[in-house]
Design a protein around this ligand. Sequence first.
Ligand SMILES: NC(=O)c1ccc[n+]([C@@H]2O[C@H](COP(=O)([O-])OP(=O)(O)OC[C@H]3O[C@@H](n4cnc5c(N)ncnc54)[C@H](OP(=O)(O)O)[C@@H]3O)[C@@H](O)[C@H]2O)c1
Length: 219
Amino acid sequence: MKNKPYIILSSAMTIDGKIASRTGDPELSDEEDWKEVHKIRSTVDAIMVGKGTIVKDNPKLHIKYHNHHGYYRIVVDSMLSIPIESQVVDHEPKLYPTIICTTDNVSEERVKEFKNKKVKILQVGGEDKVDIKNLMPILYDMGIHSILLEGGGTLNWSFINDNLIDEIRLTIAPWIVGGEHATSLVEGGGFEKMSQAPRFKLVNVKYRNDYVILKYLRG
Ligand SMILES: NC(=O)c1ccc[n+]([C@@H]2O[C@H](COP(=O)([O-])OP(=O)(O)OC[C@H]3O[C@@H](n4cnc5c(N)ncnc54)[C@H](OP(=O)(O)O)[C@@H]3O)[C@@H](O)[C@H]2O)c1
């Protein structure tokens, strides 16, 4: 695809591939890991998450450990249904301007509510979900040429399914948490055959304190 931002999928998961426990506890990373993730945040034009991550975790998506010039925070939310008081809206909007990507199925009033909070609204696709393939060149033309995709599992699947991931940075944390309803690294329908799934090339392996950090590039 032409005019597509470079997409780095970043996540921490348990040994059994869960990115949160069945009750939604996402505390997998240690401080060392957060420092590394914040370092990567300082190098990209934007961080992107799905609506589920905002509703469940209410993250600030900021940088705590390094000097930087800020970046866009991008939320994918088909119905503009995240709470307006979410930290991604209220926390340091000048340093980290927020863009919500949504559909045409949202009311003008709701759009106005977010615009009043200085959130930029992009309406992409009139179907029930945000069309992320159409979204890519729009973001690119706005000067967003690199994105750190920070989940969750449902949004990760859409990017994998559309073969949009260029790089993966994965931390394997030393737990097995189980739970068929605990969110996995990638949710969604999945592919029928391995041969249909995008393949990645392992380019780096690090480990410390029982954590393993893997880096893959598009195969
Ligand atoms: N360990 C980690 O590194 C890490 C990182 C991030 C998240 N997490 C965990 O992941 C969990 C959240 O994951 P999740 O799977 O529930 O939600 P998610 O992937 O964050 O958000 C998915 C939602 O985004 C919206 N969406 C709009 N257009 C979409 C599209 N084209 N493709 C996919 N989604 C689209 C949909 O809701 P609408 O249709 O309503 O818009 C969808 O349900 C939380 O428990 C969080 O703690 C863990």
